[in-house]
Ligand binder design. Structure first.
Ligand code: HEM
Length: 416
């Protein structure tokens, strides 16, 4: 999983593993882990309470000797994150957090997302008028957009974006490393500590001057009955900042690349914008931004004739499950009209992604506006570069071009 061929295209690897059986013990993955490739197994593990999400500690400890003490701060911060706590603590925290992700909250956020998307596209089109109609979709659009949206949602200063994106990237590098080194782990810890410190300073200000942002809502919940402690609240702020953009930018990047590599389907979406929602579902299935997650067994479990022991790490390979031929016919084909049930890209069960509605909203606004404002959009060349994270499948760069002349025509006739 650290092989560059795997990072460029993991799907032939999953297919080979599946052909050898649905359950694999991998000695190297975080000091040993069970890898699951089949849709049915991945779905059932994600729903099953015998598989605990309390794995942050074990993950950190696999970074080498001394990790138990050296990574104490990382474990302390993330041990309270929604992602790493089981019921009943998880049920209580999830209830508090869910209020910020309901339909009302999404409705209020939509115009702000539109304004951010428009401002980013303004910069791209302005540059095209003076320089060239080429740009890097990742650097100029997909990378800043979710970070700016998270800043808006949490009510934090967008000027600090570069810092919190860097902290998040360091955390993601660690979480996404099948064989993390102590260096990677320490960088992630420094990111988590910096992020925690950032929110620690922010909370008193927000307590004094509450706004209509998510942090103020969480503080109101804390004040309303201590159902969330300050330490828990800090952990959720860090989790949201991290989870909210490491993933969405990869949906935008991976999705845009897949669509532009299938120009007939790209044209279909442009001509019938109602296809955008089903297209996003298919893009999530086709190239999942989160390729795997992890669980730790609370008890011994028999699966496919083998015994997985209490305490073992289990890795449900979401990316492999989404390409399981037993669930999806011709799984390696992109088909925006596919209607074969749910992908697992947002997970399943009690820990299913809390940000799924926000992701769809953001991606729909981003894709729709990009199609309208950048006519003739196409791959500039084939020099896109994949990042080196096995869990968070991401493009580092995606060079695109468009037709600025048509852009000016469209502006004159249809933009307000
Ligand atoms: C393309 C976008 C996204 C993808 C593919 C994605 C994927 C996932 C997956 C697979 C899980 C489950 C992890 C597990 O079971 O171990 C998850 C959980 C979570 N996601 Fe997302 N996510 C995305 C966007 C977002 C956004 C925009 C936010 C927040 C603003 C977010 C916040 C969270 C949180 C807080 C959890 C933990 C939920 C819980 O444990 O109860 N995600 N996400």
């Amino acid at each position: 999983m650290i092989d560059s061929a795997f990072l460029i295209d993991p799907y032939p690897f999953y297919s080979r593993w599946r052909s050898r059986g649905p359950l694999h013990w991998n000695e190297d993955f975080c000091d040993g882990a069970w890898l699951l490739t089949d849709y049915a197994d991945v779905a059932s593990v994600l729903r099953d309470a015998r598989y605990s999400v309390r794995r942050a500690g074990g993950w950190a400890n696999s970074s080498g000797p001394g990790a138990t003490t050296e990574l104490r701060d990382f474990k302390r911060i993330f041990a309270r994150s929604l992602l790493f706590v089981d019921a009943p603590q998880h049920t209580r925290l999830r209830k508090v957090m869910s209020a910020g992700f309901g339909p009302q909250a999404m409705l209020a956020l939509a115009p702000q997302i539109q304004a951010i998307v428009d401002a980013l596209l303004d910069r791209i089109t302005e540059l095209a008028e003076t320089a060239s109609p080429h740009f890097d979709f990742m650097g100029d659009f997909a990378r800043p957009l979710p970070a700016l949206v998270m800043a808006e949602m949490l009510g934090i200063d967008a000027c600090d974006r570069a810092e919190f994106v860097a902290w998040s990237d360091d955390i993601a590098e660690f979480v996404g490393a099948p064989t993390p080194t102590m260096d990677i782990a320490l960088r992630a810890q420094a990111g988590a500590v910096a992020m925690n410190g950032y929110f620690l300073e922010l909370l008193p200000q927000r307590r004094e001057h509450p706004g209509d942002d998510l942090i103020s809502q969480l503080l109101a919940a804390e004040a309303g009955g201590s159902i969330i402690s300050t330490k828990e609240l800090l952990a959720q702020c860090c989790t949201l900042l991290f989870a909210g953009h490491e993933t969405t930018r990869n949906l935008l990047g991976n999705g845009m690349l897949a669509l532009l590599q299938h120009p007939d389907q790209w044209r279909n979406v442009i001509e019938a914008p109602a296809l955008l929602r089903p297209a996003l579902k298919e893009l999530l299935r086709f190239d999942s931004p989160v390729q795997y997650t992890g669980r730790r067994l609370r008890v011994d479990v028999e699966m496919h004739g083998r015994t997985m022991k209490k305490g073992d790490l289990v890795i449900p390979l979401i990316g492999a499950a989404n390409r399981d031929p037993a669930k999806f016919t011709e799984p390696d084909m992109l088909d925006i009209n596919r209607n074969q049930g749910a992908h697992l890209s947002f997970g399943l069960g009690p820990h299913v992604c809390i940000g799924a509605a926000l992701t769809y909203l953001e991606a729909e606004i981003a894709m729709r506006t990009t199609m309208r404002r950048l006519p003739g959009l196409a791959l500039a060349d084939d020099t896109h570069v994949w990042g080196n994270n096995a869990a968070y499948r991401s493009l580092d760069t995606l060079p695109l071009r468009f037709t600025p002349f048509e852009f000016r025509q469209v502006c004159r006739t249809s933009l307000p």
